[in-house]
Design a protein around this ligand. Sequence first.
Ligand code: IPE
Ligand code: IPE
Ligand code: MG
Length: 229
Amino acid sequence: MSKNKNILKHLAIIMDGNGRWAKERGLIRTKGHEKGAEVTREITRYCAKHPTIETVTFYAFSTENWKRPKYEVNFLMKLLDSWLRNELETYHKFGARFETVGNIEGFSPKLQETIAYIKKETAHHTNVTQILALNYGSREEIAKAASRLANRNEPITEESLGNELNTPYSDIDMMVRTSGEIRLSNFLLWQLSYSELFFTKTLWPDFTAKELEEMIEQYVNRERRFGGV
Ligand code: IPE
Ligand code: IPE
Ligand code: MG
């Protein structure tokens, strides 16, 4: 019996395990973030070439990650800035458009400038849209969207609230979390309602396009019922 295969348009990834990867090697945690950034590039390359993936959303910094030691937070901010600047060429090479979701007003003016610049320079690319979730928290996103609707005296419905979220209203087909943690950590709670979830013990710096490809092979054959029979 042949069955329709699922199409993967929007993939979301919780990149987790950078710190543990570094610790296992006797390195400081920030080395794991550096290696992790390279993996983000490789996965974006894969997504840009993939025939059906239109969007890949990576969780890079949560609203809760400010709780980390100052040294690590500062390192992550600097890494993001220098990485984005160096990455422009790669975005052009992959035909990848850069976007963000989250409260980037919480970042330094310099970093905000870099983010705006890379968005502008890559806006014309169509192979894939790479969204980095930066200073992102799903509860905050939902609460702010509801409050904007209420202030405008507009009805709060599934459709209006979905459209008001900062992440353009697009259901996520598939979500991957690395490092063996089985939780969402405040990531895209609304948009993940009917996603197919994948968890792997692989730490983010060790994750590969090959492992992703194997997950996608499972995804296309999963039965997505959306409440039907
Ligand atoms: C994910 O790796 C990257 C960020 C949250 C920025 P972690 O830094 O959370 O690594 P672990 O979970 O401590 O190993
Ligand atoms: C989630 O990872 C956030 C990102 C990957 C950016 P965390 O490492 O912060 O999540 P918890 O603390 O294990 O839930
Ligand atoms: Mg973690």
